[in-house]
Design a binder for this molecule. Structure first.
Ligand SMILES: NC(=O)c1ccc[n+]([C@@H]2O[C@H](COP(=O)([O-])OP(=O)(O)OC[C@H]3O[C@@H](n4cnc5c(N)ncnc54)[C@H](OP(=O)(O)O)[C@@H]3O)[C@@H](O)[C@H]2O)c1
Length: 228
């Protein structure tokens, strides 16, 4: 049985990953900031017979990540989905707001890296060793429009740091990829073109076919390479 750990699992893209993997019978560790208030997630988990469990995780807090790794010690995880993210200044230009930049970088770049480090033992116990990082087309230099600069920079930095990890861990059969989900209708992007059902369904097909030959790729939901 495939086992999946999803961050930011309570809504948006993360929630849809949980819903779709649950429908195929996977074991899901659904991590979010406030499980007690994650009503939709609780409703999915209740009839799952323990296949979906909810876990508290604040990704910007190293201690919270370490605590979850301890809580799940001994578990095998096939796919880590680093999904939790914030848009920061996406739709407006904000002159250098240091606090905002630090929050965006901590959430979108440092946290996924910390997750990979802390969950390496769990992934080694699994069969696929996939670290799937939810990036964005806006991590590509080709997509700069002069706004959302902190967000775009954070996704480019996520791509670069995870590419580094893909090189560092390649001899241990890890598959580290950065994936652009497309414009998906969520709280972050309500006017977007794609439904979560469609984007996550497409990404699941990509994930199902990943091999070590894909390690280090920056790809999109249609398995097309994205220009860095
Ligand atoms: N939607 C799009 O069009 C699109 C396109 C490209 C990339 N993405 C990426 O896809 C990912 C998911 O985005 P989404 O569209 O689903 O956005 P969303 O609906 O705003 O959901 C964001 C999720 O991240 C969680 N999160 C944020 N900061 C967190 C923290 N410090 N600790 C733990 N969880 C945290 C949120 O939890 P709370 O509910 O507690 O805030 C929520 O579950 C992000 O990485 C985003 O950059 C989205």
């Amino acid at each position: 049985m495939t086992s999946v750990l999803v961050t930011g699992a309570n809504r948006g893209i993360g929630y849809e990953f949980v819903r779709q993997y649950a429908a195929e019978g996977a074991r899901i560790f659904a991590a979010c900031r406030n499980p007690a208030k994650a009503d939709a997630l609780k409703a999915l988990a209740a009839p799952s017979g323990g296949k979906i469990t909810l876990h508290s995780l604040e990704v910007t807090d190293d201690a919270s990540i370490a605590a979850l790794a301890r809580e799940l010690s001994g578990e095998a995880i096939d796919i880590l989905i680093n999904n939790a993210g914030i848009k920061g200044d996406l739709h407006v230009f904000e002159p250098a707001n240091s606090a905002l930049w630090e929050k965006v970088m901590r959430t979108n770049v440092i946290a996924p890296f910390r997750m990979a480090e802390n969950f390496r033992p769990h992934l080694e116990r699994g069969t696929r060793r996939i670290i799937l990082n939810i990036s964005s087309g806006r991590g590509s230099h080709l997509r700069h429009r002069g706004d959302g600069i902190a967000y775009c920079a954070s996704k480019a930095a996520l791509n670069s740091s995870m590419y580094g990890l893909s090189v560092a861990w390649k001899n241990d059969n890890f598959i580290v990829v950065m994936i652009a989900p497309g414009p998906v209708q969520t709280d972050m992007n309500p006017e977007a073109r794609l439904t979560p059902e469609f984007s996550i369904g497409a990404m699941r097909k990509v994930i199902a076919n990943l091999t070590t030959a894909d390690n280090g790729r920056y790809l999109d939901y249609e398995n097309k390479d994205v220009l860095w």
